[in-house]
Each structure stands twice: as C-alpha cells, then as structure tokens.
Design a protein around this ligand. Sequence first.
Ligand code: OOG
Ligand code: MG
Length: 268
Amino acid sequence: MTQRIDARLQAQQIDALAKQLDNAMLAGQERARLTQEVPGLNNADAYRIQRAGVALRLARGERVVGYKMGLTSAAKRAQMNLDSPIYGVLTDAMQVDDGGAWQTTGSIHPKIEPEVAFLIARDLRGPVTAQEALAACSEVRAALEILDSRYVGFKYFSLPDVIADNASSAFFVLAETGVAPEALDILDLPMRMFVDDHLAQEARSSAISGNPVLSLVQLCDMLAEHGDWLPAGSIVLAGAAATAEPLVAGRTVRLEIDGLPGVQVTAV
Ligand code: OOG
Ligand code: MG
C-alpha cells in the first residue's frame, strides 16, 4: 500500500487551496474540509497552505503582529478531538480593542476562549529554554481569542485541516495592560471567563501546556522547523486554558485572571 503522507503538493495546489479557504473566510461561508479533497494532506503541506493564506492577507495590507498556539490544553484537545499543539498567525486586522465591540457580521460560527498572552521584547529563535523564553517577555496579559473555523460545523476536522485554516484564527482581544512576568506566578493563575456575568469557564493557567511558557518554547521550536522565529514586538497567545463558548451578538465576555488586569469584549 502506498503511503501518501510524504506527498508534497505543488506550489500551485498550495496556492489554490489557500485561496479557497480565504474565499470562504471573506464570504463568511463554511466549506468542506480540505482533507475531503486531498486525503493525503500532511502537516507540512498544511503549514504551507497556512503561509499562502497569510500571504493573501498581507497582500490586502494586513501586517503580522504575532502567533497563536492552539490545542495546548487537555480541555481543548478533547473539545476538538485532536491530539497535538499547532500554531497560527495573527495579523493587525484580527485585533479587537479591549472593552470594545466586535461585529459578528461576516463570521461563520464564532466561538470565544480564555487565553494568556505574552509580549515578546527581544527576537526569540528556537530552540530556547523556558528561562530564555520568559526572559524575552516584557509582559503577560489576559486575552480572549475569537475562533472561527471555515469548515462545516466547526468540528471533527483533522490536524492538517485546522493547520491549513490558520488554526481557526479569526480575531483576538488583548488586555490593554499587563504585568511583567516576574510579578506573577505564571504557572498557577486562576482564570475565569464570564459570559454576560455568568461564570462560563474556569481553569488554571497550568492547564496550558502544564505551564504557558512551555507554549512559547514549543512555538519557537515549531517556527524553527520552518526557518522562522519570533521577532521582537510579537504578541503570542499561549492557547486556551478551557473550552471555547459560542459567541453570538449581544453577549459580553470578560476574562479575569488573578494578578492581571482583565479583558472584555461585546459581540454586536
Ligand atoms: C483550533 C484552535 C485551538 C486553542 O487555543 O487551543 C486554539 C480550534 O479549536 O478550532 O486556538
Ligand atoms: Mg486559542
């Protein structure tokens, strides 16, 4: 039996698949999973599709501002039925102001989840130790990630599907202020996400990779595999500590993390 796992797609196919996902995003319409059309799609080609998709955004004038790690907590891996961490790219157009309103129009099936974010003050090239990663961070902030899969039903997709779809990136809200990492016990911060003042999710920061800093270490390792690194000024979302909640117009979502200023957004 021939294994298609090492098959490398042609550059043209990569660009065409990226364009299909980009069109789905722009139209706000869900589409079939890529692996239904390309059953042998592997993670390496999926990251190539992700990069081609980001290139389309950059061609529209967007700017890369950082990265998000995904599936770094057991809760998220169970929710999505997938078993290993991935990353996606964040652009300036995805950022929503803390305390601001977020337009649901144009989204497919958005969800929101509680995150810890790092602000990176110095270039970080993998491999790095947890200490080196932390030393390169100027601030830790609370953040909310608004996910939106371009795939039908937002579930049961495979790792290459979600990687190609920029790890379901859509929008993110970064708390306006944060604190220096030294001022926190980053390993064990209680986190509570409220939807309209009801406690919707509760977790500790240790749920993220055992330690959110390890998400950063892992991100640097994965970027290094593609010859990339984290430039100074990057924002990094370490991955949700708990499962995502559906986000519908009219809801206000607030994340409180002990020791950190909170973050809030209202869907309109
Ligand atoms: C994949 C992205 C996961 C996280 O924080 O774990 C993610 C998904 O859930 O669609 O962003
Ligand atoms: Mg996330």
